[in-house]
Design a protein around this ligand. Sequence first.
Ligand code: SF4
Ligand code: SF4
Length: 347
Amino acid sequence: MTSVVYYVKGCSTTSFEKLLEKLDLSFISPNEFVAIKTHFGEENNITFISPEVYLPLVKILKQKNCLAYFTDTNTIYRGKRANAVEHLILASKHKFDINFLGIPVIIADGLKGNDYVEVEISLNYFEKAKIASSIYYSDILICLSHFKGHILFGFAGTIKNLGMGCAARPAKYLLHNVLKPKVDTTKCTACGICVKVCPAEALKIENKKVVMIVEKCVGCGECIHVCEKRVFSIPWDLSYKEVQERTVEYAYAAIKNKKKCLFINFLDNITKDCDCINKKQEVLAKDIGIVAGFDPVSVDFCSLKIVNDYFKKDIFKELWKEIDYNPQIEYAVKIGLGKKEYSIVEV
Ligand code: SF4
Ligand code: SF4
């Protein structure tokens, strides 16, 4: 049997309202905890999905008298989302707060990201996964994802948002740690920016060049993002494949104990990089549409096809030539997270 995926053209509030009308949300009951997992956007990022678009969903959830809240987890890099205090301040700056949304915002893995529950999964990479506790203890998970490019995943949608996004901060180190950047110091100007952002104190300046202490590196990739001289690069072997597969195992863990989950991808503000990037990014396409369903794999796979059809080419392959995005899909199918086969209902 194939999974059913719902699609509406355009990403406005009106489009989202139309899509929500088609979805059977009768599984949500009064007094149930409903975690709405999304991304509040890093500082200076302006291409995350605006909270305004999400208001029709909030309206429905309030009518159902459930205990709904927006949530995300802390990051391992030193941006403005590495602890709950700064994370909530930034979220509020981006209008993710109770005043604007009408429901609370909770950082799922707590003040410093150490608040998690170990979920038994017994898969290839992990016996147990450290899932952010608020998400773990919620009855229902609604995952709202911005569909766009990503340095390690090629594209990032529901699977990435579930796996990396529901992992508590310590688990994010485990997900990334196969990735140690290659270093070519020829062009290093010793500006020190990478040293400041490295969360593991794995970088220092010596003799006017950067030096990496490899044993300390946790593979977060921040130095690759911030160094404009391209001193750091991803080791283009199979490490990205393993990061993708590890993340898929976490996606599996995030939804394992849920009564039911709903997955929604917003195909809007398509950018090369993700919303964790602390700068304005070029928007390659806007307002394509919204894809929803109850199978995270088919929602991502369908979104990929719609975006590629829009560009009339494999856009994420073109943006990230060295990255194969398929492992996240293939491994998700292999461990039973969902199916690639889907039938589409156009709203
Ligand atoms: S950011 Fe780049 S140029 Fe600056 S110190 Fe680090 S490696 Fe060198
Ligand atoms: S060296 Fe780079 S990849 Fe390693 S922990 Fe520091 S910032 Fe992250």
